[in-house]
Design a protein around this ligand. Structure first.
Ligand code: NAP
Length: 253
């Protein structure tokens, strides 16, 4: 089946690197018009845009700041006039062990929530406002994590908590706005080889990470992008509210 997204306008957050980059490139290849958000890595974002061509437009915005979230979203709507799919991909994983001092621990907790949950919630709200005005509704794809279901190590309590909340948020949107033609999905990756995963590889080694899955190869960003394209195409609309796990069968271990 060929996925044709040529009629779709899609916002992807955190599109400069890792999973977001891979999603952007595949959506671009499938013909979508793309609003690509990035934060610090402008050069990397420009390279992604260049590879896709003029269908992709960059929107800088630090999602840890609610004002930047709303102004970035307003710029996207001003530029494209509408939105069909929101992909909330940007995320951070800050290490904050419980023996850290309270001030630093709380700072990590709040920053994690700002990026991984608060921005996601706000972008969902802003997208729902737009989707409700469109006969075609819209789709939301939130990238959560295996950590939402299986928990994380003690340094990443905030990360796991933020992703668990994203799952509940996504289900609530599916339940509340389905009658407006709005569908909402969670994609929950396990361990994926990106910059975010580097500290885990350094701490536990690649072999040990692979041992925790059913496959003999690590999950790459390219293993996630096709699912996002498929959901964006509308072929999974009747699965709204669900989570699709991409974790190399790690739940079987
Ligand atoms: P990554 O390689 O570290 O890339 C993170 C992306 O998010 C970058 O494009 C970065 O933009 C953007 N970003 C970070 N903070 C931001 C902010 N404040 N405002 C705007 N953008 C921001 O991460 P990844 O591994 O691709 O992760 C993507 C998503 O998958 C995240 O939600 C993550 O939690 C989830 N996930 C990853 C794994 C894994 O093992 N890698 C597993 C489960 C779930 P700049 O580079 O421009 O700053």
């Amino acid at each position: 089946m060929k996925i044709d997204l040529s009629q779709k306008i899609i916002l992807v957050t955190g599109a400069s690197r890792g999973i977001g980059k891979s999603i952007a490139l595949l959506l671009g290849k499938s013909g979508a018009k793309l609003a690509l958000n990035y934060n610090r890595n402008e050069e990397a974002a420009l390279a992604v845009q260049k590879e896709i061509g003029k269908r992709a437009v960059l929107f800088k915005g630090n999602l840890s700041n609610a004002m930047e979230v709303t102004s970035m979203f307003a710029s996207v709507i001003e530029h494209f006039g509408r939105l069909d799919v929101l992909v909330n991909n940007a995320g951070i994983a800050l290490s904050a062990p419980t023996n850290q001092n309270d001030v630093e621990w709380v700072e990590s907790w709040l920053t994690t929530m700002d990026v991984n949950l608060n921005a996601v919630g706000l972008l969902c709200k802003k997208s729902i406002e737009i989707f409700k005005t469109q006969a075609s509704g819209g789709r939301i794809i939130n990238i959560a994590s295996r950590a939402a279901f299986r928990g994380e190590t003690e340094e990443y309590l905030a990360y796991a908590a933020s992703k668990g909340a994203v799952v509940a948020l996504t289900k609530s949107i599916a339940k509340s706005f389905g009658k407006y033609g709005i569908k909402s999905f969670v994609v929950a990756p396990g361990f994926v080889l990106t910059d975010m995963a580097k500290p885990f590889i350094e701490a536990y080694g690649k072999e040990k990470t692979l041992d925790a899955t059913a496959l003999d190869e690590a999950t790459l960003p390219e293993h996630l992008a096709p699912l996002v394209a498929f959901i964006a195409s509308g072929n999974m609309d009747h699965a709204t509210g669900t989570t699709i796990d991409i974790n190399g069968g790690s739940y079987l271990h």
